[in-house]
Design a protein around this ligand. Sequence first.
Ligand code: DCP
Ligand code: MG
Length: 662
Amino acid sequence: MSSSQPFVASSPITGGRRRKSRFTYKQLAQLALSSTSTPLRVIAHVDLDAFYAQCESVRLGLPEDQPLAVQQWQGLIAINYPSRKFGLTRHINIAEAKKLCPNLIMQHVATWREGDTKWAYRDDAFKNISTDKVSLDPYRLESRKILACIKETLPAKHQKVEKAGIDEVFLDLSTQIHSILLERYPELSLPAPYDDPTENLPLPPTTVLDWQADALVDLDSDEAEEEDPDWDDIAILIGSEIIRDIRAAVYKKLKYTCSGGVAQNKMLSKLGSAHKKPNQQTVIRNRAVQQFLSGFKYGKIRGLGGKLGEQVQAAFDTETVGGLIQIPIEQLKQKLGDESGTWLYQIIRGTDSSEVNPRTQLQSMLSAKSFRPTINTPEQATKWLRIFVADIYARLVEEGVIENKRRPKSMILHHRQGGQTRSRSIIIPQGKRIDEGMLLDLANNLLGQIILEGRVWPCANLSLAVGGFEEGVAGNMGIGAFLVKGEQAKALNNMPPQEPSHSVAPADRPGKRRKLDNTGISRFFPKSDSMDEHDDEYGQDSEAAVDEETLDRQHSHSIDAYEEASGSTIGANTLQTSPHQHRITEYMCNRCNMALESAEELQSHQDWHFAKDLQDEDNRRPGVNSNPTKTSQPKKPNVPAGEKKVASRSKPEKGQSKLAFG
Ligand code: DCP
Ligand code: MG
């Protein structure tokens, strides 16, 4: 990536050629800082093709053209590309699939079974929905390998990678591109004329850019290919080279194909990666954004799949971005309100300044099962707790709990009977090595508490989660390092009550991150908030076979799964919501219906619920927990003005995660 090209310095105008770049020295400098405000910014999205299906094909060593689908009970959850040619989709059942594609291999997902210490692939799993529990570990493990491979491919100092789901990442390539630009075009390192950063850069060389096999979105109608490229084109070209290298590395090392989108922001890059699949990458130059978006139904844009989309359609009688683009901002504001109108005006023009948030470590793990038929005895419940604990413990080991690298602080058990969900939580004792026995004792303790309260059977769902991961002390400092003792304990006890400051970024300031203080209950949730995988996008298929184990496959380790299990509102939005809600219908808290900016915000918000649940438990039964810190009631995270809560269990919107129970 260091092929040098001749630099054409700012030459006098020849044949109508612009003398200077449209971009300034300042904007170039901002690229080195990954600033969201520079138009030279380059963001990529990489999404694995038919991910679970590829995992199975690779695991089984099958030829790449062998049709394969991943089965879960009687449904299909991933369809590889060779079998898509036969018309297979996630929505059809296994019998139909076999009819359409007789050569199809249907591989059932791995499951946990009582008495086994590890998940396994079993030939009879599909018959055992009442006794088995889906394990997504095989896919998590592959996902980690892929993430590691992507990172290895990037220079250590330029790794801004956000894991956005089990098979997708966003990459902010800005800083890397900045350094490549300076390397290839050393003149860019020269000081700005008159030391004025608002001066325009010289123009790049007129060399025709080599986009190789990229799917290059056509330029907007008022732009011409003959027009000389500017630095944003060069930056995005370098971005596409980086993504091509990454995709090749993933394929070479792990045999997985993926697709990529390269553009100026997250929204566009994500639309880009899905544009041409499989195994392709789509580049959306800044001069092509309008052209790219105009062909889209705006419902595909994140935040426009739900109620806002419906409102827009009712108001303007069009389904496409092209149909909306003509509408003046005043009219949008008039029909949708100021904020929604302004947001819509920007998003359909491809404006999105949300940041790529590097996060790789998960914050919580959950194992859950909905029972069909329901279970009726403590023995049955304990049996499931044993499976949950084995599942969680195996993942904790992966996280390095044995070496004390990371350690959860708390455990929570949710129980559902009829329409009612109860939960109990407990602090995992510090200073003790975490093992399966210890976790099972804690889980049984929680179950015992729930049973004592009565109204327990029949039970429709149980879910067990551990959360509040803390960095441990690796190496030989030993377990004692986890003990809070002496002065430290005193200090904790004397600490003034603090509220977790859990502010959600306002819609118009997506770059602003929440703040977490380091005390009180929020200290269970370290700043590097993350989910290992969070499949908010799956909500787009919410009509698809959403059986109980959707929980497993979508959220099996993320704290929101038990929120789903709570049976509380599965959030429909209201008609009169703020743009904050409109925008992110995919990222909606199903407990309080709050709409969040991103999966990360959703996770943070749900961490807050988790913290509050823990604290409520603390307050109710002070003897149970060993948390030495007394905290005040966490303040509810900011709720956008005008938010209305929907108390009913309404149909989830398109684009929302939906988990069905019972
Ligand atoms: N998944 C699932 N249920 C859904 C959607 C997805 O279990 N409703 C799982 C199976 C998928 C994986 O998550 O393999 C990744 O989801 P994607 O939406 O990225 O779909 P695929 O990777 O299967 O296909 P594509 O090539 O379209 O990305
Ligand atoms: Mg995918």
